[in-house]
Design a binder for this molecule. Structure first.
Ligand code: PNS
Length: 162
């Protein structure tokens, strides 16, 4: 029997309800989903890779979503091959995401022709949501209620002392 393993990669700094929405949709489609947190990107993250992994694991457990959570370094396609994944899942919120995502998908296809990128749309309620905006709004005292799981809000409070 053919099992489809999908990887949902990202920075997840921190995970938002938009990411979670994609996880919820992807676990219904694929036999196995791996949420893969990028470590050592050029961006200096707010949360360490371990903190992000721990947060995501707890949240997925709370939401009864059965996905594996892992980290990866270097090329995504190399990691996907190691995991014997056939699919890379990426969320697209708006047309503005498409250009960059298309570039990445085509580069990943060149590097690993057997791996297919699947674009998924989160609920329109999250179409403007990003980890960067969550960090910024929280930092300056704005409400992020309903935009991130409550654990993320707690962790932001602990990290930024708000
Ligand atoms: O959540 P993000 O920051 O939009 O995720 C971007 C991510 C992690 C998917 C992307 O930066 C990535 O895959 N990086 C790994 C390096 C790599 O494979 N680069 C070539 C892809 S074109």
């Amino acid at each position: 029997m053919r099992r489809i393993v999908a990887i949902y990669p990202g920075s997840f700094d921190p995970i938002t309800n938009g990411h979670l929405d994609i996880v919820q949709r992807a676990v219904r489609l694929f036999d196995e989903l791996i949420v893969a947190v990028l470590v050592n990107s050029d961006k200096a993250p707010l949360f360490s890779a371990q903190e992000r992994v721990d947060m995501i694991r707890t949240i997925l457990q709370q939401e009864a979503l059965s996905a594996r959570v892992d980290t990866f370094e270097g090329l995504l396609v190399t990691y996907a091959k190691k995991q014997k994944a056939q699919v890379i899942v990426r969320g697209i919120r708006a047309i503005s995401d498409y250009e960059y995502e298309l570039q990445m998908a085509l580069m990943n296809r060149r590097l690993g022709p057997a791996i297919e990128t699947v674009f998924m749309m989160p609920s329109e309620a999250y179409s403007y949501l990003s980890s960067r905006l969550v960090r910024e709004v929280f930092k300056f005292g704005g409400s992020i209620e309903g935009l991130v799981p409550s654990l993320v809000e707690q962790q932001l409070r602990a990290k930024l002392g708000k």
